[in-house]
Design a protein around this ligand. Sequence first.
Ligand SMILES: [Zn+2]
Ligand SMILES: [Zn+2]
Length: 827
Amino acid sequence: MDEDSKGFNFLKLEKKWQNEWEKKGIFNVKEDSKKKKCYILEMYPYPSGSGLHMGHAFNYIIGDIYSRFKVMRGFNVLHPMGYDSFGLPAENAAIKEGVHPRKHTDQAIARFIEQQKSLGLSYDWSRKIQSHDEEYYKWNQFWFLQLFKKGLVYRKVSMVNWCPKCKTVLANEQVEKGNCWRHKDTKIELKSLEQWFIKTTQYAEELYNEIDSLDWPERIKAMQKNWIGKSEGVEINFKINGKDWPIFTTRPDTIYGVTFMVVSAQHPRLMDLVTKEQRKDVEELLAKIRSTSEKDLADLEKEGAFTGSYAVNPMNGEKVPVWAGNFVVADYGSGMVMAVPAHDQRDFEFAKKYNIPIKVVIRPKVKELKPDELKRAYVDEGVLVNSSKFNGLNSKDAINEIADYLEKNNLGKRVVNYKLRDWLISRQRYWGTPIPIVYCEKCGIVPVPEEELPVTLPDDVKFGEGNPLATNKEFFETKCPKCKGKARRETDTMDTFFDSSWYFLRFCDPTNKKEPFGKKKVDYWMPVDFYIGGAEHACMHLIYARFFTKALRDLGYVKINEPFVKLFNQGMIHGEDGAVMSKSRGNVIDPMEMVEKYGADSLRIFLVSIASPDKDFQWDSAGLESCFKFLKKVWTFFRDYKPGKTDEKMESKINSVIKSVTVDIENLRYNSVVVSLKSLFEFFEINKENVSRANVELFLKMLNVFCPHITQEIWFILGNKGFLAEEKWPEADESKINKAFEEAEKVLEKTIGDIQNILKMLSEKEEKIEKVYLYALPKEVEIYDKKIIERRIGKKVEVFAVNDKNKYDPEAKSTKAKPNKPGIYVE
Ligand SMILES: [Zn+2]
Ligand SMILES: [Zn+2]
C-alpha cells in the first residue's frame, strides 16, 4: 500500500459497513401513510450457478443509486430483492451433475446473496422471496384456481411449439424466428397436445391501448404493440360446402380480386375440407411442414396443396378453390384467409407458384394493369376496377363502402383482430409449480380445493424420458377431491413466467401466510415506480405481468391497471475488445474480481461514469483504475482535512453542484453527476482553506449514493454518529449561486481546453513546451486562475493583463486577446 492510500483498506471498511447496515436494518421499510412511497425494483434474477455477471451488477447499481437518492429525499422506499428460482437450467444442471435441483438452486442463491451484499446494495433483505419456496408457489396455485374459476384458464388440444432440447412445449412468446428462446440454434417442432392455456387474449385490447400511457422506452412500447398486433378489419362470411366460414381481412376493397382461399395447414378442421382425391397431396404437404412457427412466416418458402373444396365469394357468387398453406396461422382469425394475388405479395408468389389466376381490381389513376404483365403485386392505393358497382371508387374509400355494404346485407361485420395468442403455460418438466388439477375417471377435470394447497413438489423423482412428476407414484396417484374415487394428478408444471408475473406484488407483503398479500399493503406500495431490467423481456415477462395485474384487478385483488409506471432498460456492457461479453470470447470481466481488487465503491462509480446508463458501453480497465485513484484522493484529502472558512466562490460552486446533481440523478444522468462531483472535489483541493465542515458534509452526502462505503467511513471518522444513508439530501440555496462565477468557470474550462489542444498539436510535432503564457483583458485577469490551469495542464503558467507594461510577450500574442478568450503563447 502506498503512502497516499494509508488507512484506505477498502475491503475491510466495505465489509464493516455492509454488516452495520444489515444489523441495524436501515433499509427495511414499512407502510407509512405520512410519507410518499417509492417502489424501486430491479427484475429479480434467475440464480444461475455461475454467480453474478457484470450485467447483473450494472442493473442493481443503477437501481441502488436511485433508491438511496430517494431515501435521502424523504421518500419511503421499497427496494427488495428475490430469486426467480424455478426453471430448466437448474433441472438440467441437476441431471448433468447428479445434484438435486433444490440443492443446486439453494447454493446458487446463497452465492448470489453474498455477491450482491458485497456490492453494498441497499435491499430490504427481510423481504426476500424465492419462487421455489412452497410459501411462494402455493400462491401460484391459488392464482391458477382463481383464474380457472373466472374462465381465464382452459385446457385444449392444439398444435403447440415443442423444443426437442428443452423437452417441453413453449409459449409463442418463447419462440424466436422459429427457434427456441433458450436454444437459439434449435428448430421448434409442432405437436398436437392437450395443454393448459391462460386467456391473455381477453385483455388484448386493454394491453394494446394502455401502452401509450406508460413511461417506457419507445422501443419496448413498439415491440409490445407489434406483438399484440392490433388490426381493424372485416369478417366476411364465405360459404364452403354449404357452411359459413368467416374470414378476417383488413382489405375488403380487394374482395372482387379473390381468386383462392388459404386455410392453415395446422387447422384442426382442415381434413373436413379435403376431398378423397386431394387427400394424398395434402398429407404430403403436412409431412413436409412439420416445423413452422408464427414468427418466421415471413421468411418461409410458401407451400400449399389444393383441398378439393371451393368457397363462394358473397359479393359476386364466384367459386374459388380452397388451398391448404403453411403460411396461415391456425388461430389467427378463423385460420383461413382470402387470397388476392394481384394486391398482396405473398398471395402473388403463391399464385405464380401454383398457376392460380390473378385478377386486378385496383389500378393506379393513370395506368392500366394487366395481370400477365405484373412482376409483383400492386399494393398501393388506386382506383377500383372489375368490382361491379364499386368501380371508380378510390381504394381507401372503398374499404369503408364495402364494409358498410357487407354489414347492411348481413354478409359480414367489422371486427378488431389481434396477433396476440393465449398463453400456453403447461411444461413437461419438474422444476416448477405443480398445476393444482386432478383428473378423475368419473368427474373429469377437478381443481384441487384451495384449502388443500399447496400441492407440494415432491423431491423424489426420476429424470429421463417423460414428465418427472409421473415417476413419483405417491404424488401421481391420488383421490378425487369430489367423489373420493381413484384419480391422477396433473404432472405438468407451470411455465416459470407465471412466477414472475406477480412477484412484485408479493414483495409488498412477502411473509403473509394467509393470503397472497394484504390488499392494503399492495394499495400502498403499488404500482412499481421505477422498474429496471433488460430489453429482452419486452414480449414475455412484461406482457404477462401486465396481463396478471389486469386480471387480478378484475378479481378484486388490486386497484391498479398497470404494474410498472416507469421502465428502464440498462445498456449492454461490451468487453474491452468491443464485443459482447461472453465466455467463448474470453472477454468476460467478473464483477467480484473487480470488487476484490478495487472495492465495490470504485466499481459502482465506474459503471455509471462512462455513459448514460441506458447506453451500451465498452469495458475500460483504465477507467476503473482512475475511479479507484479518485477515491484514494478523496480518502487522503479527508484524512488530512482541517476545517476552513467557506467563501462566496465556494458557496456558489457547491450550491450549483447540488442543484445540477439533484436534477441529474432524478433523470438518471449518472455520468453527468460523476463529472460534477469530481469537479467539486477538485475545487476543494485547489481551495483547501475555504472548505468548511458543512461543505465537506454536503459533498459526502452526494457522493454517498454512488460510493456508500468510503463516504460512510469518512463521515464516521469526522466524528458523526449514525448513517449517511439516513441523512437528508442537500437542498441547493440558489441565492448563493453567483452567475458571474459560473460564467467565469465556463470560460476557464474553455481556455484550458484550448491550451490542451495547442499542447497536443505541438507534442505531435515533438516540440518541448515548458511554459504557457496567457494575456487577458484587464478585467478578466481573475478568471484565469494560475493554480487551476497549472494543475490541469501540468505546465508552468503565467497570466498577464494585456496592458501590463512588464509582460513577457515575444510574439505580441496579447494583441489577439478578446473578451472571454485570452491570447496564448507557449515556449
Ligand atoms: Zn429449448
Ligand atoms: Zn371424481
